[in-house]
Design a protein around this ligand. Structure first.
Ligand code: ZN
Length: 403
């Protein structure tokens, strides 16, 4: 072939590739904005307390989330996490959770044309059809009911639609993944005790989804034997790809599928990428003196990492995996149990690192683009973006019966 012909041939291939990726992007955008995108875990309310930031202002470059970017990203349903750590207990944890619920109510009340609290499946669909951001909440840690079943009623009335049975801390009735993996729990027998079973049954009865993220394996199997409703893993990833203590193992994924539940993939680099912890350890070795001096000032590990991630931006940037790794977690679940049991639970504003390109809620369309690239059908993409979660929510929804 002469040189001119060669150049023409390569130009044509290049041109076709551009057209192809352009039309794929168009298709992905159309699917994305026609889907009901649900994110089941956003920590903005805790971030707001920590950093004094206001959701309905422009927070680009400061947080992962704000109202405008959530709309830009096509989020239709947001479950806000209600969180305080295990240092809060009787007399303080429920009060702190209630204050976060107050701030969510206040944000929604300030934005009556764009946001709406929803309490049932029908209300959710109605809000979405009216182009409102449908808001619900999830309590991240059973310690916030302070061993009082009446507090579950109170949470339910206020729009809490899932409760993560434990956070990293165990409580008196359920052991956490962190403490089970270290054998550092203080209760016997461990797992879910009799009161824990009552909690699960009461949640089933009220219509608060059982969230199995963060719970220990023993607790998990006790829950699966107790719940009468499909469960939710609001922000968990795959153990086989990234073996960290709170990711889900294959037998757990299969059990959730059998139960008709759903696993919402967590975007945190440390739960997606098995290289992250070794990389972070080597970085911390280099900066040990600085770390120790900050620790001596009683700064928490989380606060130090947050400070380091700003000061040593390039090092932290290099530790972010490509978005394809997040897609691998989705693919893994699909290959193991099918397309009906996976969704998205970003953990935005509760994490300090996510894959490259995922800088906040405005970047959700990139995930849809990747799903199209991997050959998922429109029907399956819609399930992953929100349909699977909606099935679980509907199955748990007792709104009429509970009133
Ligand atoms: Zn969490």
């Amino acid at each position: 072939m002469n040189d001119n012909l060669k150049i023409m041939r390569y130009s044509l291939i290049f041109f076709l590739l551009i057209i192809h990726s352009y039309s794929r992007a168009q298709t992905a955008e159309k699917i994305h904005f026609n889907s009901i995108l649900v994110d089941t875990h956003n920590d903005f309310l805790s971030k707001a307390i920590e950093d004094h930031v206001v959701f309905d202002t422009n927070l680009k470059g400061i947080t992962h989330s704000d109202l405008t970017r959530m709309q830009e990203g096509g989020v239709k349903v947001q479950m806000f996490s209600i969180f305080c750590d295990g240092g809060y207990g009787k007399g303080s944890a429920f009060r702190l959770a209630s204050q976060e619920l107050d701030s969510l109510d206040a944000i929604v009340a300030r934005n009556p044309k764009t946001m709406q609290m929803v309490y049932s499946y029908n209300q959710l669909m109605d809000a979405v059809n009216h182009k409102m951001l449908a808001c619900m909440s999830g309590v991240e840690g059973g310690h916030m009911i302070e061993d009082n079943l009446d507090y579950l009623d109170s949470f339910y009335r206020r729009g809490v639609r899932y409760m993560t049975l434990t956070w990293n801390n165990s409580n008196s009735w359920a052991t956490s993944a962190m403490e089970e993996s270290h054998h550092s729990f203080k209760v016997t027998p461990y797992g879910l005790n009799d009161f824990g079973k009552q909690v699960v049954k009461k949640m089933n009865q009220l219509g608060i989804m059982i969230d199995v993220s963060h719970i220990g394996e023993k607790t998990f199997w006790d829950v699966m034997a107790t719940t009468g409703k499909p469960v939710l893993a609001s922000h968990s990833s795959v153990y086989a790809i990234c073996p960290v203590f709170r990711n889900l193992k294959d037998d757990q994924i299969k059990a959730i599928a059998k139960n008709g539940g759903v696993i919402q993939i967590n975007f945190y680099t440390g739960f997606l990428d098995s290289n992250y912890i070794p990389n972070l350890d080597s970085f911390l070795k280099v900066h040990k003196i600085e770390y120790d001096s900050l620790a001596a000032l009683k700064k928490t590990e989380y606060a130090i990492l947050k400070y380091f991630s700003k000061k040593y931006q390039q090092d932290f940037e290099n530790m972010r995996p490509p978005i394809s790794l997040l897609m691998d977690h989705i693919d893994y679940i699909v290959k193991l149990v099918g397309t009906d049991y996976v969704g998205l639970g970003s953990d935005f504003d509760g994490i300090d690192s996510a894959p490259k390109g995922l800088d906040g809620v405005q970047d959700f369309p990139k995930i849809t683009n990747e799903l199209v690239k991997r050959g998922y059908s429109e029907k399956d993409i819609k399930k992953i973006l929100g349909g699977n979660f909606l099935r679980v929510f509907k199955a748990n929804d007792n709104y009429r019966a509970a009133r």
